[in-house]
Write a protein that binds this ligand. Structure first.
Ligand SMILES: Cc1ncc(COP(=O)(O)O)c(C=O)c1O
Length: 377
């Protein structure tokens, strides 16, 4: 489905770190944090062991605890909502906009208004899904009106811009992830960005077993975790963030090849940029089949022809343990469910060659044929 985009520079950087005795909490982490903060225009950046770890720490910083409510989207990877459960909060799902698949600000406002009186509403956790920014202006306005923190799940969206501003640095904190399928990879890894110096200090303590910078040897000021990012991963991140524009452009080019070839096919909807998206961070290339029942047949047919394709995303509220715990059933969030049934991710990475895209599109065309083909000009 995807391949990390690594060069000799990344390999040399890792070798270099291996020649030093510092393998954790060292200069590479420092450098990665400074470069990433500068890139997204945040005052602080804190490297962590994964995007999930970063989201967990953001929930703690936002003060989410037992019985508190966090507004978020059901159309995401499960970690976006699990982080709320880690701190014993409750995710309150709000359906998505059918075109952008990001949280619907009107539905969000209605939900916030209806829950505000209960006094347990703490935060909004929008997700920049597939590298497309959520509509942040109304989200920030709702947060201001109801006194809520905004934690951006930017795990899939490094480099994306909303009305010219980098995602991740628009709310109170934002989280990026660096798993090997991501635009930037460090193997495993993540980064929290924030403008708030108190949150920055808290994140540094929480990721390192609750030690404050001024704590003495083996003194722990609070309950913390081992969410550190090691030096080998951090040095990969340094080189990758230096290459970010190149990585984004290579993905943009592959997405362009797909769009060029697929636009004449009937029965599918191509990804589109929202009016507020000034730069998409092409994390995956997800098409939607117009006939929902078709999606699984297409995946099976493509697999038979040696082309991997995946359903993306089965909505979080319909995951077995969310159904069990919260009693969700189909019909709760119709837009997310329709998208979950129709979305199909094609093989995608910045390293793909044009002939590989040709091959995928050719096979897809045959799988959808004969009725789906528009008259060939
Ligand atoms: C939207 C979203 N949030 C959170 C995560 C979690 O990141 P990680 O896998 O680094 O824990 C991911 C990763 O796939 C993601 O896509």
């Amino acid at each position: 489905m995807c391949e990390p985009d690594l060069t000799e520079a990344e390999r040399a950087a890792v070798q270099e770190v291996l020649r030093t005795p510092i393998l954790s909490l060292g200069p590479q982490l420092d450098l990665f944090e400074r470069k990433l903060a500068a890139r997204v225009g945040a005052r602080h950046a804190v490297g962590v062991s994964s995007g999930t770890a970063g989201l967990h720490l953001c929930m703690l910083a936002a003060g989410v605890g037992e019985g508190d409510l966090v507004l978020t989207t059901p159309f995401s990877f499960v970690a976006s909502a699990n982080c709320i459960l880690y701190v014993h909060g409750t995710p309150v799902f709000v359906d998505v906009d059918p075109a952008t698949l990001t949280i619907d600000p009107d539905a969000l406002a209605r939900k916030a208004r209806s829950l505000a009186r209960r006094g347990r509403l703490k935060a909004i956790l929008p997700v920049h899904i597939f590298g497309q920014p959520a509509d942040m202006e109304p989200i920030l306005e709702i947060a201001r009106r109801f006194g809520l923190a905004v934690i951006e799940d930017a795990c899939e969206a490094i480099g994306a811009t909303y009305k010219g501003r980098a995602v991740g640095s628009l709310g109170d904190a934002g989280v990026f992830a660096f798993y090997p399928n991501k635009v930037i990879t460090t193997g495993e890894g993540g980064m929290i960005v924030t403008h708030d110096p108190a949150w920055d200090a808290l994140f540094r303590s929480l990721r390192n077993q609750g030690r404050d910078v001024f704590d003495g040897w083996l003194t722990h000021s609070r309950l913390g975790y081992n969410y550190r990012l090691d030096e080998l991963s951090a040095t990969l991140g340094v080189v990758q963030v230096e290459r970010l524009d190149e990585l984004l452009c290579r993905r943009e080019r592959v997405a362009g090849w797909y769009a060029e070839r697929l636009q004449r096919l009937e029965g599918i909807v191509l990804p589109t940029l929202a009016s507020w998206t000034t730069r998409m961070s092409w994390f995956v290339y997800v098409i939607r089949l117009e006939a929902v029942t078709e999606r699984d047949r297409v995946i099976r047919e493509l697999a038979r022809r040696g082309i991997p394709a995946r359903p993306y995303f089965p909505p979080i509220h319909l995951q077995p343990f969310y159904r069990q715990r919260f009693g969700f059933a189909p019909g709760s969030f119709p837009v997310a469910e329709a998208a979950g049934g129709a979305c199909l991710a094609l093989p995608f990475s910045g390293t793909m060659r044009e002939e590989q895209v040709d091959l995928v599109c050719g096979e897809l065309e045959e799988v959808l044929a004969p009725t789906a083909l528009r008259a060939l000009a």
